[in-house]
Design a protein around this ligand. Structure first.
Ligand code: PAF
Length: 284
């Protein structure tokens, strides 16, 4: 496996792979790789001949008071895991390499899909994500790109971008990977104290209960949200940002009664750490 840092080096690796007729799988990440990322790299390796993993803590998707500086940076361990899971290249550029101009060019998906849920408290976040992902798509020219369902809103935003900008690639969305205790894997879990980690288990428990409520016939979104909110509030360390349900795809307003596929998404702070989790409510 090769570690490269520049756009020129990545382009060269991609050109060689393309000249050999190899299919390319791209796994965009911000590093601090965990088993969730490992599952994406593994799938990319199974479905493509050549796998590029990008490791870049993208400054443009962090708000001014967010955790850009604190975000874990573990490139050496990331390379080991990426190699073990079958990556051919790790691309770890500097911010200056990815943003060479002072005045940036933005790629922005507009509409409710970027305004609701995380878009409300993180107004520039998705513009940063879509801009950097566009750059990565242009550089790696993947046949398939891999993202985790844990960032469910990001997935909907990227689907819109791929459709609207005619990117000639397939988005592959992989299921949420959880700790044995139920906590959804996240690079930000490392911020949690042992006490906060235990408190955060309320998220997966509440979402699981909502799934069961749905399975037994409940179709009133407000009732499901109220039950999840009450359950999370029973945990004194939890500070709710949102508990909401939107229609899929594209996070449309939920209907009453709920029909089709709907996303129940939560964002909750434990201490200074904001965690997100979600479940899709749909008939089997
Ligand atoms: O999901 C992430 O880790 C990031 O938002 C992504 C897609 C790598 C863009 O920086």
């Amino acid at each position: 496996m090769k570690l490269v840092h520049t756009v020129a080096e990545l382009r060269e690796e991609v050109a060689i792979a393309k000249s050999q007729g190899l299919s390319i799988g791209l796994v965009p990440t911000m590093g601090a790789l965990h088993e969730g990322h490992a599952s994406l790299i593994k799938a990319a390796n199974q479905e493509n001949d050549f796998v590029v993993v990008s490791v870049f803590v993208n400054p443009t998707q962090f708000g001014p008071n967010e955790d850009l500086d604190a975000y874990p940076r573990t490139l050496e361990a990331d390379c080991k895991l990426a190699e073990k899971m079958g990556a051919n290249v790790v691309f770890a550029p500097s911010p200056a390499e990815m943003y060479p101009s002072v005045d940036a060019t933005w790629v922005e998906v507009t509409g409710d899909v970027t305004k609701v849920l995380c878009g409300r408290t993180r107004p520039i976040h998705f513009r940063g994500v879509t801009t950097v992902v566009t750059k990565l798509f242009n550089l790696a020219q993947p046949d398939r790109a891999y993202f985790g369902q844990k960032d469910a809103q990001q997935v909907e935003v990227l689907k819109r971008m791929v459709k609207d900008l005619f990117f000639n690639l397939q988005l592959r969305i992989m299921p949420i990977v959880r700790e044995a205790d139920g906590l959804a894997k996240s690079s930000r879990n490392t911020y949690l104290s042992a006490e906060e980690h235990t408190a955060a288990l309320i998220l997966s428990r509440s979402l699981q209960a909502a799934k069961e409520q749905y399975a037994t016939g409940e179709r009133d979104a407000a009732k499901i949200c109220a039950a999840v909110t009450a359950s999370i509030k029973s945990e004194p360390m939890a500070n709710i940002d949102y508990v909401e349900i939107y229609g899929l795809p594209e996070l449309t307003p939920v209907t009453n009664p709920m029909v089709g596929s709907n996303l129940l998404a939560v964002a909750v702070k434990f201490g200074t750490t904001r965690l997100i989790d979600n479940v899709v409510l749909e008939d089997k």
